[in-house]
Design a protein around this ligand. Sequence first.
Ligand code: MTE
Ligand code: QUE
Ligand code: MOS
Length: 799
Amino acid sequence: MSNHNKMTKSQDELAALFRAELTTGVGRPVKHESAPKHVSGEAVYIDDRLEFPNQLHVYARMSDRAHARIVRIDTAPCYEIPGVAIAITSQDVPGQLDIGPVVAGDPLLADGKVEYVGQPVIAVAADSLETARKAAMAAIIEYEDLEPVLDVEEALRKRHFVLDSHQHKRGDSAAALAAAPRRLQGTLHIGGQEHFYLETQISSVMPTEDGGMIVYCSTQNPTEVQKLVAEVLGVPMNKIVIDMRRMGGGFGGKETQAAGPACLCAVIAHLTGRPTKMRLPRMEDMTMTGKRHPFFVQYDVGYDDDGLLHGIEIELAGNCGYSPDLSGSIVDRAMFHSDNAYYLGDATVIGHRCKTNTASNTAYRGFGGPQGMVAIEEIMDAVARSLGKDPLDVRKRNYYGKDERNVTHYYQTVEHNMLQEMTAELEASAEYARRREEIRTFNARSPVLKKGLALTPVKFGISFTATFLNQAGALIHIYTDGSIHLNHGGTEMGQGLNTKVAQVVAEVFQVDVERIQITATNTDKVPNTSPTAASSGADLNGKAAQNAAETIKKRLVEFAARHFKVTEEDVEFRNGQVRVRDQFLAFEALIQLAYFNQVSLSSTGFYRTPKIFYDREKAAGRPFYYYAYGAACSEVIVDTLTGEYKMLRSDILHDVGASLNPAIDIGQVEGGFVQGMGWLTMEELVWNDQGKLMTNGPASYKIPAVADMPLDLRVKLVENRKNPEDTVFHSKAVGEPPFMLGISVWCAIKDAVASLADYQAQPRIDAPATPERVLWGVQQMKALQQAAAPATATEAEPA
Ligand code: MTE
Ligand code: QUE
Ligand code: MOS
């Protein structure tokens, strides 16, 4: 009936709808596709799915040794517990045992030896998780301990690596260092970070026909899970379907490491013929899975009296844990970002992939980039202190130029650099100069509480540096009632990708986003997908979906022109209506007409990023399609008696090109900033001397909470600035870059502590700057002041 009414709207009514103000498409603050379902609890995560009849719960017993030979495994005691279906070891895996994503090194279950505390050794399936856990703990596992390597510096000394070292080189850094008027060396430790996604790793598997499996998996990388499940079962990929509606957060932690539970579920489903589910309890998730790579940094920098860099040598040692995982690309990205926004002069950047007996570290927002940037920002601070200059002046002095000094140490030209203007704008809006003076005055009068201020830039390269990954696919169907089914190769982890891709399709067809049904990412709809990573989800899948939509639209326009005997220019889509010269019809009316005239209403779409290339042997090329820029100015107050601090205010200016969705983008900027701040301040991972992670739950591992937010947080997107490159509606990627805005907080803390030595010395405050480390920095500064003071003076405070 309503359909009939719609079809019978008058020409005047249709024309009015057509001409009304636009309400759909890109550039609007459309709410997240799942927002109401998130808040009502109706959004379905894997653990919320109805259980299959006969479903088994899987639990993996983890190694309690950091490095040991396995002498004996006896699973017989597991079967004494009622409800147990099966207990498996590495011997029971029918196909390939290794699930390493790029190169081998990750056995699904330990094979003869264990290499970290937390490594899965056996897996037990039972009718409840509790029973499976009890049974797994009943197995007898005997070890013969081997010497572990737990320290990144020790691994570096012993050249104990998971992959070969690599170098970026421009000019003659040794000669530049020798010739530079000033020179300083230093080291820095940068901590790791737990992903702390709200939904822990989880998969559920249902055996189907012909030896097939449908796998529900919380993963950023459905295609890789498909490939690995096929490999551990020893079947072709076409037997396996991965379905992924949404993740409760991924942050990089579900790029490779979602595959383990999926593969264990699949193997047990294969062996028992029963459906399976594996959800890691929080403690197991934190113990078993890898984190952000901790880094040990050594540097040697040559500069002049203005703080201008002449040459530099940076050695980055990533702590990769026991296996390669994605560490090759992650340490590469750290090296690519060890310039951040600065022209380094003659530079040698070396990256090592150190092997330690800890969980295999993996992708985490920024993918090594943040660690490289923290290194160079530490160097900027150190150079500034040695000259008694404001670190912001030294930073600006070293910014990449517009037409000169604009080539990176990997020979990509920095085009369309926005940082000069953005820094000037932020300095003005945050009143940097006035507050700098106020803080100097405050600190001179305040003996215990000291304030600090820092403004730091971000320049982040967008594209997978493994060039082949920069591709995406999409699939669109329009049904005869005019409703649209959208599928693409990206995955939704809370970042709003599905909303943005739906907006892109809505823009092409000029229809409401409500007309578009978002569907689960599924390997039998769009094949051979890249992981949703490197911030490129919307760039790649948005373009692929645009391509699919334009294919269908082109058919519709051709058809309408033919059918109504007008030119293609006479056919215009707007506001859910279609104008055909001076006639109007509803979108769904055109769809019905096209269907009856045998026009295909379904299409795939594809996209590959243009312009990029990279020769890793020569360490030269254009690995990034473009750069995203941001800047943050943070103010903190530090209690120099306890080392505690409070974030007072942060002002952020961030560049997203022409935003696809400013509401979602601001959410990404805020979330990224706070996550970055947490990494560098309060999130501390602690292992005991046996290699056991002691911070294995929310009670001991502290992530930022509401009360840790800056008291005053002001986030702005750069306005009226399209991406000069031909990205999807000239937007820019937003997922990872704002994470590195958090560096401003760490630098502000160091600034507050440096005030104790009248800003003439750099305190050593490794990351994370916990209150303990801040207090050590305070004590260093006080000791320096005492040494410098005349013998008669006590620890005098400024008047
Ligand atoms: N935002 C939310 N809410 N949850 C997440 O897991 N992951 C981040 C970022 N923002 C993440 C997030 C990471 S690591 C990446 S690479 C990007 O989102 C991935 O999505 P995109 O490419 O669609 O931006
Ligand atoms: C950024 C990223 C990734 C990356 C490179 C980046 C990433 C990723 C890979 C990768 C590399 C080689 C492979 C592979 C994946 O590279 O997430 O399967 O064979 O997975 O600059 O985020
Ligand atoms: Mo994000 S670390 O590239 O998944």
